[in-house]
Design a protein around this ligand. Structure first.
Ligand code: AMP
Ligand code: MG
Length: 352
């Protein structure tokens, strides 16, 4: 059987075509971006309207099939932005009008997990799902159980908000990763509460630091020194001071803040996911979601797994972020349990 999957929960409109054996025949997508704004829902829908027909055409061409060859149509029913979900749902109904194929509304988060599991041929990993809006640690016990998650923002959304503060455009994750390569560490709040994490306080602190100028007073505050600038004796502090003094009256560097945000937030997630692995005794970790494209994040998780005799798995860039192939595969897996369920913007992973 050939399955068509349509992704339209947020920034990306995608069409994927897979077989019931898990072979990906096509996975075409186009994502909304902006230099000056975040995700304005109406603008995102306009983007999807503009690209949808072309994406379907390209996907069918790449898979070398006609629409009537499709046996099942899956669409992302939630969670996501209400207008984007409705656009995707209505588009699928329109495309299917003359064919009457079975529709399966799928949970977008479960689709991320399923495609990662398929790609890496895993049976029972601990999942770390880090996308724009979601940050969850998940295990499968009959159904998916969320055993740790963010108490406020998803990490991707936090990085994107930071991008708006620093004028990096949307999405900001890849630009933050680039800037971080040239940064040094500045202390930030480290917020782990049991198995949960929280990012909003870190964002507030980074915003304060970014908007603070590098002044003599702030340098001393940052270094926790009370003595006057020229008389500091500590060698390390002296080196940092010399660097900072050259830039008096500039904002604290984007590079340092990006590096520090990455190190702090990735370490927080590595800590809770390590605890999840210790508790459950599971030996495989699978990272999915758009933030999984970050090389530094993968490196830290890989080291953590290696040190505890476990194995780290990720998905290729083409399957890390939102796309249609994962929706198609999840639709195939859930074809007996779900059907045309319209949309469900707040559908949680553990409700499936
Ligand atoms: P998703 O919702 O799964 O498509 O993931 C989108 C999120 O991933 C956005 O918030 C991006 O900023 C973030 N993202 C994409 N690439 C990277 C990267 N290299 N490093 C960190 N975050 C990233
Ligand atoms: Mg996603």
């Amino acid at each position: 059987m050939i399955i068509l999957g349509v992704e339209s929960t947020a920034h990306t409109f995608g069409v994927g075509i897979v077989t019931d054996q898990g072979e990906i025949l096509a996975n075409i997508k186009d994502s909304y971006t902006s230099l000056s704004k975040g995700m304005v829902p109406d603008d995102v829908v306009k983007h999807h309207e503009r690209v949808a027909e072309d994406i379907l055409k390209k996907a069918l061409e790449e898979a070398k099939i006609e629409f009537w060859n499709i046996g099942l149509i899956a669409y992302s029913a939630g969670p996501g932005l209400d207008p984007c979900l409705w656009f995707g749902y209505k588009k699928v109904k329109e495309w299917n009008q003359d064919y009457g194929k079975k529709l399966v509304g799928v949970n977008h988060c479960c689709a991320h997990l399923s495609i990662g599991k398929l790609w890496n041929k895993l049976t029972d990993p601990v999942y770390l799902y880090v996308s724009g809006v979601n940050t969850q640690i998940i295990v499968e016990e009959g159904k998916y159980q969320v055993i740790g998650e963010t108490l406020d923002l998803g990490l991707g959304n936090m990085l994107d908000k930071l991008g708006r503060i620093m004028d990096l455009g949307f999405p900001a994750g890849p630009k933050i990763e680039e800037l971080a390569k040239k940064g040094k560490y500045i202390g930030l709040p480290y917020v782990v509460k049991g198995m949960d994490v929280s990012f909003s306080g870190i964002l507030t602190r980074v915003q304060q630091l970014y908007q603070q100028k590098v002044t003599k007073k702030n340098i001393l505050k940052l270094l926790g020194k009370s003595n006057a600038l020229p008389y500091t004796t500590d060698i390390e502090h002296k080196q940092i001071l010399t660097g900072l003094k050259k830039r008096l009256d500039e904002p604290i560097s984007k590079e340092d803040l990006c590096f520090s945000v990455q190190e702090t937030c990735f370490a927080m997630l590595a800590e809770v996911v390590e605890r999840a692995m210790a508790h459950t005794g599971k030996k495989e970790l699978l990272l999915v979601g758009g933030v999984g494209a970050n090389q530094r994040f993968c490196e830290m998780l890989n080291v953590m797994c290696r040190e505890r005799g476990a194995k780290f798995y990720k998905v290729p860039m083409s399957l890390a972020g939102d796309q249609g192939a994962m929706i198609a595969w999840e639709g195939f897996l859930k074809k007996e349990s779900y059907g045309d369920i319209e949309v469900n913007p707040h559908w949680r992973t553990d409700e499936v």
